[in-house]
Design a protein around this ligand. Structure first.
Ligand code: DGL
Length: 265
């Protein structure tokens, strides 16, 4: 495999940019390729089989673009398809993600943790296994993040209506007395300031963007695929959605203007 190919990240939409910003910090010399499957967003409301199909089709596209490594910057896609994807491409290094139940179970002081994630994630076998493995001694309160992905995709990450919605959505977790909250979707990382405001200072909020970026760097180094050049890496962005309409929100969340290419499915 060429060392010069990009590290490719993908998500149902803009959520994975919250992972990619950490990857860019940790891997300044790597070219990065991002695919937002906006044409099919949100994944969280779709049958698992359809999410799996999308993951395979996007992975094939990214590998055809020369990607040397894949990062499923999406909890929902990882829960639905990570094992199958690894089995389908045993020669490709693939990093996935999962809600941070393990660190949360370690961090909690009162034994009550909340997990905010999509329904596909919360109902997935992989999530069930995570709970069995790491959450035997804590109480886990799961909350589907109804409507949150749509709000992030619409750029309403600081909107007053989003804050009102979060207050309502998170109230069962506040009532349950959790002291640790896992953000189980990459989209929610963009809502972190509002979520922290709603939950209050006594609740620790955990997001996995940085640990996944560290894992990406580790896997890249271990597989000997790191770029040895010292030129700043470039970024290339693809979407299956309406590129011109989406450029503004991509640019806003990425922190600089983005030229988005449409890749029809
Ligand atoms: N950003 C995704 C996740 O991590 C997917 C959200 C969705 O499309 O429903 O779960």
């Amino acid at each position: 495999m060429p060392h010069v190919g990009p590290v490719a990240l993908f998500d149902s939409g803009v959520g994975g940019l919250s992972v990619m910003r950490h990857v860019r910090e940790l891997l300044p010399f790597e070219d990065l390729l991002y695919y937002g499957d906006n044409g099919y967003c949100p994944y969280g409301n779709r049958p698992e089989s359809q999410v799996r199909q999308r993951v395979f089709s996007i992975a094939a596209f990214l590998l055809a673009q020369g990607a040397k490594m894949l990062v499923l910057a999406c909890n929902t896609a990882s829960i639905a398809a990570l094992d199958d994807l690894r089995a389908g491409y045993p020669e490709v290094p693939i990093v996935g993600m999962e809600p941070a139940v393990k660190p949360a179970a370690r961090a909690t002081r009162n034994g009550r943790i909340g997990v905010l994630a999509t329904t596909v994630t919360l109902h997935g076998d992989r999530f069930e296994k995570l709970l069995q493995q790491y959450a035997q001694n804590v109480r886990v309160f799961s909350q589907p993040g109804y409507g949150l992905v749509e709000r992030v995709e619409a750029g309403q990450v600081q909107a007053a209506e989003t804050a009102i919605w979060l207050r309502e959505l998170l109230s069962p977790l506040i009532e349950a007395g959790i002291d640790t909250l896992v953000l189980g979707s990459t989209h929610y990382a963009f809502l972190r300031p509002l979520i922290e405001q709603v939950m209050g200072p006594q609740v620790t909020v955990i997001d996995t963007g940085l640990p996944v970026a560290r894992q990406t760097r580790r896997v890249l180094e271990k597989s000997g695929l790191g770029n040895t050049g010292r030129q700043p890496g470039q970024e290339l962005f693809y979407t299956s959605g309406e590129a011109p309409l989406l450029e503004a929100i991509y640019g806003r969340l990425w922190g600089q203007p983005v030229s988005l290419r449409r890749q029809p499915d």
